[in-house]
Design a protein around this ligand. Sequence first.
Ligand SMILES: *[C@@H]1O[C@H](CO)[C@@H](O)[C@H](O)[C@H]1NC(C)=O
Length: 285
Amino acid sequence: MASVLHLSLLLLGSLMVASAGNFHQDFDITWGDGRANILNNGQLLTLSLDKASGSGFQSKNEYLFGKIDMQLKLVPGNSAGTVTAYYLKSPGSTWDEIDFEFLGNLSGDPYTLHTNVFTNGKGDKEQQFHLWFDPTADFHTYSILWNPQRIVFSVDGTPIREFKNSESIGVAFPKNQPMRIYSSLWNADDWATRGGLVKTDWTHAPFTASYRNFNADACVWSNGKSSCASSSPSSPSSSSAWFSQELDSTSQERLKWVQKNYMIYNYCADAKRFPQGLPAECRTS
Ligand SMILES: *[C@@H]1O[C@H](CO)[C@@H](O)[C@H](O)[C@H]1NC(C)=O
C-alpha cells in the first residue's frame, strides 16, 4: 500500500514537472504596462521598449543554486542605447547578484555582453565580451551554473566566464541568499553607448527582445527550505550533477578560446583601477 501511494506521488510529481517550463507558470510580468507579453501558451515571452517605458519580468521562485538556462533573441537592427538585462538577484541592501547584460549597438556593430558578480552588495567584478555570432538573428542559450564551488556563465554551452569560490583566501561568495531571476529591457543611452556618445534612435521603437525555453535544474527556496528538482521533463529530478559540476578539459579549452578572442574587458587585468593591487581572486589564476 505504501509503495502504491509512493508511486502515485511520483507520477503526480512527474506530471507537475512535465508541465513546467512555461512562462505563465514560472514568471510574473512586473513592469511595462502592457509592453511585456507572454505568448504561444506560455512558450514565448517578449519585452519591449519605447520612448515612454521599458518592461520587465521576474521569476515566481527564489533559487539557492542551480543551472538555469534561457534562450534570448536580442533587439535587432540599430539597438544602440538599449540594454537587455538578465540576472539573478537576492533582495536587500547586502544582496547577491549574478549578471548578464546585453548592451545594444548601431546596426552591424557588435553587442557587448557584460557580466558581473555581486556578493553582499559589492560588485566590481566586470568582464565583457563580444559574441561569435549575431545574437539578434536567432535565439541563443544563456546559462548560469551556480553551485557552492563556482559560478559559470555559458553561451550555447560554451563557458565564457568562471567565478570560483575563493573563500579560502577571503573572497566572499554568493551562497546564503536565495535569488530570483529578473530580466528587463530599458534605455541607457546616457551611459551604455561609449559613455552616452550614441543616442537611442526612437524612430526604430518599439524595440523588442524575446525569450523562450526556460529551464531550471535548481534548488527552489520556499518557507526557509530548499528543495532541489528539475523543471525539465527530459532530465529527471534525480540528476543533480550540476550541484558539483566543474569544467572538464574540453570546457576549459573553450573558455580559454572565448577569453582570448572575445573578451573585451577584464577587471582582473585593469591594474589602473586597483592601485592597491588586484582583487585577491585575480591573483590566484
Ligand atoms: C559598438 O561597436 C563599436 C565598434 O565595434 C565598439 O567599439 C563598441 O564597444 C560597441 N559598443 C557597445 C555598447 O557594445
